[in-house]
Design a protein around this ligand. Structure first.
Ligand SMILES: Cc1ncc(COP(=O)(O)O)c(C=O)c1O
Length: 347
């Protein structure tokens, strides 16, 4: 979801953004657009309290492009990088990374069917690794790290696609944070990269221009035409977040929404969430029905009741509710009411 006030502003400004044309029609090098781009970065810096020693890049290719950009920028061809595997997206990350770097799987939660995260003490880290990569929130499995891993001196790299901006964050713990925009930020295609300055400028010589952190940093993320519309919407979302009270307020709201749904699931043997309690995601809540044959019925009836997008990802099936920032508490209440009513009729 995107916040309704943002969508309304986009609608109102669609044909006339600051005088006569759409934001999609202005030059990205125009004074007005550059001001927009700088304001968006400043607002994101405010929201996340990003230290001055970090660069903020607005890149393209979604989070998937970063699966390759990270090794290309941070690892020499003969280097080894540590990866934690906690579900679908960390597996996809490694599938790309192995094309560019020697991957050491420092932990793999396959044995729990990706319903847990590894303990710090269980990580098999490589001395001198180029970096340690992990996925703080696994969007499909609904598993979220309750702690920030210690990386034994290697830069810590995090794919925060489905958790960024859901709560305050200590950016200084990380070497690189990246996120596809289409969950808590804005339209798909854009990726936000927050990179510590000393990690900029180390890309391999054959790194494509659009993947190179230094090229992006030096050109204000305009080494080629940026996705201007996505950048504009992201900027409006950052403004909305500030008006709503910033990330502390978001955290409180998100914690409450997630608790409401997990409580409803746990209170009934009709529904089940497979994830260990201490690492349940605030953003993505997968659940199953004890009688799996009722899941298609649940989906059909929930959709008819106006509750959209509740199918689990095709990789795992079942059901999943995503509770991103823009989902109001009333949306979760409506789901919980529907679940109780569905159980009453079918339980
Ligand atoms: C955690 C995570 N990483 C990566 C991706 C892939 O993002 P994109 O489609 O922007 O490449 C997703 C998409 O849902 C995701 O949830």
């Amino acid at each position: 979801m995107l916040p309704l006030p943002v969508l309304e502003q986009v609608r109102d400004e669609l044909t006339d953004w600051q005088g006569g044309m759409s934001v999609m029609e202005v030059s990205h090098r125009s004074r007005d657009f550059i001001a927009l781009a700088q304001q968006a970065e400043a607002d994101l810096r405010d929201l996340l309290a990003i230290p001055a020693s970090y660069r903020v890049l607005f890149m393209q290719g979604g989070a998937t492009a970063q699966f390759s950009a990270v090794p290309l920028n941070l690892a020499a061809t003969d280097a080894c990088a540590d990866y934690l595997v906690t579900g679908h997206w960390s597996q996809r990350t490694i599938a790309e990374a192995t094309r560019f770097v020697r991957v050491n799987v420092a932990a793999d939660e396959a044995a729990s069917r990706y319903s847990t995260v590894p303990a710090q003490a269980a990580l098999r880290l490589t001395p001198g690794a180029a970096y340690l990569h992990y996925t703080p929130n696994e969007t499909i499995h609904g598993v979220e790290f309750p702690y920030v891993p210690e990386s034994a001196g290697a830069p810590l790299v995090a794919d925060m696609s489905s958790t960024i901006l859901s709560r305050p964050l200590d950016v200084s713990r990380f070497g690189v944070i990246y996120a596809g925009a289409q969950k808590n930020i804005g339209p798909a295609g854009l990726a936000i990269v927050i990179v510590r300055e000393d990690l900029v400028g180390r890309a391999r010589a054959d790194t494509p221009l659009v993947f190179d952190y230094r090229a992006a940093a030096e050109a204000g993320s305009m080494q080629n035409t940026p996705p201007t519309f996505a950048w504009y919407v992201a900027g409006l979302v950052f403004r909305w977040l500030k008006r709503e009270g910033g990330l502390a307020a978001m955290a409180e709201r998100n914690r409450m929404k997630a608790e409401m749904l997990y409580d409803a699931i746990d209170a009934s043997s009709f529904y089940a969430n497979p994830v260990a309690r201490e690492c349940r995601s605030w953003m993505n809540v997968p659940f199953r029905l004890a009688r799996a044959e009722l899941e298609p019925v649940f989906l059909k009836e929930s959709e008819a009741a106006g509750l959209a997008n509740l199918a689990g990802h095709r990789a795992v099936g079942g059901l999943r509710a995503s509770l991103y920032n823009a989902m109001p508490a009333e949306g979760v209440e409506a789901l919980v009411d529907f679940m109780r009513e569905f159980e009453r009729r079918h339980g």
